[in-house]
Design a protein around this ligand. Structure first.
Ligand code: GDP
Length: 443
């Protein structure tokens, strides 16, 4: 158990109905006594009057919960003070705690780090907890909960165990060459390594779906100047994020809005209208628009219905299978024949009148869903995991090609270590700081 006892405001800072102050460590119980309370029965909420130990003044009348270690979040003695969320109340209690022997404010992520150190969770679960706290959309929430429940931990632990078993068999062959080991044992090892490698490669080759859910899907709106790209962005963002004007070439930089589209986090980027501008600033904007279009997960190509069906050649070069084409200003298109004459397949809408916008949105939602839906498989969610899995696959490949069994064994050991780094079973110190750095205080 850690020597030090830490405390922090676990709820968001600022005025609120209720605030939660959390303490963890061996001095938690004494701290409660100092505040004028005795540690209550485990895991039962009791009403508590918190007082200043020096003056005896009442600081708040709230609730107290006591989770004696090891059956607590951190594995240590934990107390939770539910107090009124006014600044004076919270500040006065934190000030008292700061003055107590053996207590200090927690570092960001320190409660979770202690939970990890006491084997309450592995690193993928700790990361999932951070993701859950950061989740803005339903899909992010679902994915984080699944990972927090141990879905990735189980997968990676199982792979690591299988690798270690294969390694043990290989080492038996190396160490006891004269013993009566079954002759097919080496074949079994390499069969298992090959199967495992295929499974990991399939897991890696998921098109980045889990990472997309977590980080958000990038959609670039492209099209000729004046087609209504900024109007569409503002409509979707429900605010005036981009300048709408009938002067072509107004949007010269990439403007981004973050939104929730059908439960998925989406970053929508409005880009400069694509044309041969001849103006240095606008040209730079167009270059950025193209770059953004190239790196986006999805593109929305907006064409100008007013000049329709004169297609814009520059925009058309960007249209591919990842593009939703939409012809805006349908209110200015006069007849059905003209409507049918143009880009196909394309949707017609008018941001101005709202006609066709719902249909466009449902197509967009569907496309976003296709980019993120992973069926029943557990998705990979972080670049850190991807990196370690790639290392694992490389080490397995090297092992297979190794000239000597001893070298093959060393490569398999490295492969297992790469998997162990994901869950935090090995080389822990160097990765802990990276993982917990992104946490907020009180978590
Ligand atoms: P961008 O250059 O592609 O970003 O286009 P804007 O969003 O700035 O719009 C250009 C002009 O078209 C503005 O005057 C808008 O008010 C107008 N506009 C946008 N959408 C529609 C529409 O659906 N119908 C009509 N009639 N005008 C529109």
């Amino acid at each position: 158990m850690s020597e030090e006892t830490v405390f922090a405001l676990a709820s968001a800072a600022g005025r609120a109905g209720i605030a939660v102050i959390r303490l963890s460590g061996p001095a938690a119980k004494d701290a409660l006594v100092s505040l004028g309370c005795a540690a209550p029965l485990p895991r039962k909420a009791v009403r508590a009057r918190f007082v200043n130990p020096l003056s005896g003044e009442l600081l708040d009348d709230g609730l107290l919960l006591w989770f004696p270690g090891p059956a607590s979040f951190t594995g240590e003695d934990v107390a939770e003070l539910h107090v009124h969320g006014g600044r004076a109340v919270v500040d006065s209690i934190l000030t008292v705690l700061t003055g107590l022997e053996g207590l200090r404010p927690a570092e960001p992520g320190e409660f979770t780090r202690r939970a990890f150190e006491h084997d309450k969770m592995d690193l993928t679960q700790a990361e999932a907890l951070a993701d859950l706290v950061d989740a803005d959309t339903r899909a992010q929430q679902k994915q984080a909960l699944r990972q927090m429940g141990g879905a990735l931990k189980e997968l990676y632990d199982d792979w690591r165990l299988r690798l270690i078993q294969a390694l043990a068999h290989l080492e038996a062959v190396i160490d006891f060459p004269d013993e009566d080991l079954p002759p097919e044992i080496a074949d079994k090892v390499w069969g298992e390594v090959a199967d495992l490698k295929q499974e990991i490669i399939r897991h890696l080759d998921d098109g980045g779906r889990g990472e997309r859910v977590r980080d958000g899907i990038h959609i670039a709106i492209v099209g000729p100047p004046n087609a209504g790209k900024s109007s569409l962005l503002n409509f979707l963002a429900r605010r005036d994020a981009a300048i709408v004007s009938d002067i072509p070439g107004t949007t010269r930089d990439v403007i981004e809005v973050h939104m929730d589209l059908g439960g998925y986090a989406v970053t929508l980027a409005d880009t400069a209208g694509l044309r041969d501008a001849g103006d240095a600033v606008e040209d730079e904007g167009i270059r950025r628009a193209r770059r953004r279009a190239e790196t986006a997960d999805l593109k929305v190509a907006v064409f100008d219905g007013a000049v329709y069906p004169a297609q814009d050649a520059v925009t058309a070069t960007l249209v591919d299978s990842n593009t939703v084409c939409v012809i805006n200003k349908a209110d200015l298109i006069e007849n059905e024949v003209q409507k049918r004459a143009g880009v196909s397949p394309a949707l017609f809408m008018s941001v101005k009148t709202g006609a066709g916008v719902e249909e466009f949105l449902s197509v967009l939602r569907e496309r976003v869903g296709e980019k993120t839906d992973n069926g029943s498989a557990v998705p990979l969610t972080r670049a850190r995991h991807r990196h370690a899995l790639n290392e694992c696959v490389e080490a397995m490949t090297r092992a297979k090609d190794a000239a000597l069994s001893e070298l093959a064994a060393e490569d398999l050991r490295m492969a297992a270590r790469a998997l162990g780094r994901i869950t935090g079973r090995v080389d822990v110190e160097e990765i802990l700081d990276v993982v917990f750095r992104d946490f907020c205080i009180g978590k």
